[in-house]
Ligand binder design. Structure first.
Ligand code: ACM
Length: 261
């Protein structure tokens, strides 16, 4: 099974251009799973809800429907970050689009980072796993990484692969992603953006270095810090399912949840 992570400069307030790029990547990349960054259709640094509302999409919108159609026609799983409008609320969401559209779902970011709190609602979908064609797929978004409970609950629900569309502004996540993969024995795919964005008094720089981690914690593919790149790895979901790492220890069976409260 081929997994690709697309690292690109999502342009602020330029949905047309971003969608053109996204569509191009979807057609060109010959992989089973494509992971795009957080807020890939819109860019990231919104502090005004009215501005964000103009570029947000309902999950049932034509924008998402068109990408679902590509997913079905090309038989590719597509994970795409977008600002999701639901009545008057806006969520920092990822469309998890499966070739069988009945299985597709939206994930709403659980843990909001920094000024996201000014414009987004806290996500209310919780963490879920989709089972399709031999893959159990879980999704979290960016800052969710800082909560080991996110990856752990996805792994306990059976995820083989956790995808993490991101717009990361520090490098500290790199200290822990290997551990998240190793401690849960899952693959992890982080899709980050590159470039800079500003609001009226602050500039954010996005650091790239998108990466795919194997279930033993090793980095199997990694992008640069500043260029648009697609990284691809072959993954074998079955390999994540036996949580033993020697003849005696099993990382799930050895847990002592009664002592974790
Ligand atoms: C982040 O959650 N975009 C850092």
């Amino acid at each position: 099974m081929k997994l690709s992570v697309i690292q690109f400069e999502t342009l602020y307030k330029n949905k047309e251009n971003n969608l053109k790029k996204i569509n191009g990547y979807i057609s060109e990349i010959n992989s089973n799973i494509l992971v795009f960054p957080e807020l890939a259709t819109s860019g990231y640094f919104y502090t005004d809800k009215n501005e964000l509302r103009k570029i947000a999409d309902n999950y049932e919108s034509e924008t998402i429907k068109k990408i679902q159609k590509l997913s079905t026609e090309l038989e590719k799983i597509i994970i795409l970050g977008f600002p999701e409008l639901d009545n008057d609320k806006i969520y920092n969401s990822a469309a998890v689009l499966i070739p069988n559209p009945k299985l597709s779902r939206v994930y709403r970011k659980t843990h909001l980072f920094y000024k996201e709190r000014f414009v987004f609602e806290e996500g209310n979908t919780g963490f879920f796993v989709i089972d399709y064609n031999g893959l159990k797929l879980g999704t979290m978004i960016c800052y969710d990484w800082r909560f080991p409970e996110a990856a752990r609950s996805l792994a306990l629900k059976g995820a083989d692969l956790i995808v993490c569309p991101s717009n990361l502004v520090t490098g500290v996540w790199q200290n822990v992603m290997s551990a998240r993969a190793l401690e849960n024995k899952v693959y992890i795919a982080v899709s980050n953006k590159i470039g800079k964005e500003s609001d009226s008094n602050q500039e954010l720089e996005f650091n790239g270095e998108s990466a795919i981690y194997s279930y033993n914690g090793s980095v199997i593919s990694k992008a640069s810090c500043n260029s648009e790149e697609v990284i691809t790895s072959t993954i074998d979901p079955e390999k994540t399912r036996d949580k033993s790492f020697n003849q005696i220890n099993n990382i799930f069976l050895d847990r002592r949840p009664e002592y974790y409260k």
